[in-house]
Design a protein around this ligand. Structure first.
Ligand SMILES: [Zn+2]
Length: 270
């Protein structure tokens, strides 16, 4: 960590649930963010502002003009710049008192465990099932909490996975037991997304990360939050462990009940 934060966090430490003790916990925390895109932008900016001491950023894309309506880490002067480089330029300007680490590589089954092992908690804002599945598997194996969000068009979903812990904590494959068919699942570029809807979800994701780091309840594990931007509504439904889940495999309760099933596919945008 560089420099003296001085009164940088003075408006945050007065929040009763945080205080000086919580701020110290945040300063010691290491969070890995998957994707410096639409979700990763507000997520990283708020986690940097909150004083999470170490932020790792996984992305291997460069900034393109079509990113800018939602990926607020980046600007027109960053076109063709690696997103990790652009992200660190923005984040170090927001908060110079934290450590920022670039991981310029696609994350998948081959390297997820190595990357996840370096951090306390992971937040996934990636845009495809394979990445989400690999990140979740690595988090579950390593006993790391995963805060996951996805957005498509004007709808978003948000939940927390910590199926490594005792209790009725579902895993990613409890939510998505079947791999989607790549031939019929639309890509984000084909479907589109409302910029501020992604911003809202990335902000909500940052809140859940801070809650998990500080142990502020209730955790979103076991609950699926579904955001409808145009209705200005967040509906929450129970997300129990799935009997016969291909990943956690513990027959506890039947499939998702209570509330609507998610309307956002795993091919949502980042
Ligand atoms: Zn499961």
């Amino acid at each position: 960590m560089s420099g003296d934060p001085g009164d940088y966090y003075s408006r945050q430490t007065v929040v009763p649930e945080i205080g000086a003790a919580g701020q110290a916990v945040l300063a010691r925390s290491k969070v890995l963010v998957i994707g410096a895109g639409g979700l990763g932008s507000p997520l990283l900016m708020y986690l940097a502002g909150a004083g999470v001491g170490t932020l790792g950023i996984v992305d291997f894309d460069i900034v393109e003009p079509s990113n800018l309506h939602r990926q607020i880490l980046h600007g027109i002067d960053r076109i063709d710049t690696p997103k990790t480089v652009s992200a660190i330029r923005t984040l170090s300007n927001i908060n110079p008192h934290i450590d920022l680490i670039r991981h310029d590589e696609p994350i998948g089954a081959a390297n997820a465990a190595r990357l996840v092992a370096q951090y306390d908690l992971v937040a996934d804002g990636s845009d495809n099932f394979e990445t989400r599945d690999a990140v979740h598997a690595a988090c579950r194996d390593a006993g790391k909490t995963l805060v996951s969000a996805a957005v498509q068009l004007t709808n978003g979903i948000l939940t927390t996975f910590k199926s490594h812990e005792p209790g009725d904590n579902p895993c990613f494959r409890c939510l998505y037991p079947d791999r989607p068919d790549a031939d019929v699942t639309p890509s984000c570029s084909a479907v589109g997304v409302l910029g501020p809807a992604v911003g809202a979800m990335g902000s909500l994701q940052a809140i859940e990360v801070i809650k998990e780091l500080l142990g502020i309840g209730p955790s979103l594990s076991g609950t699926l939050a579904m955001y409808d931007a145009f209705a200005c509504e967040i509906e929450k439904c129970e997300l129990p462990r799935r009997a016969g889940c291909p990943a956690c495999g513990i027959a506890v309760q039947p499939p998702v009940t209570g509330g609507n099933k998610p309307t956002v596919s795993t091919e949502a945008t980042g």
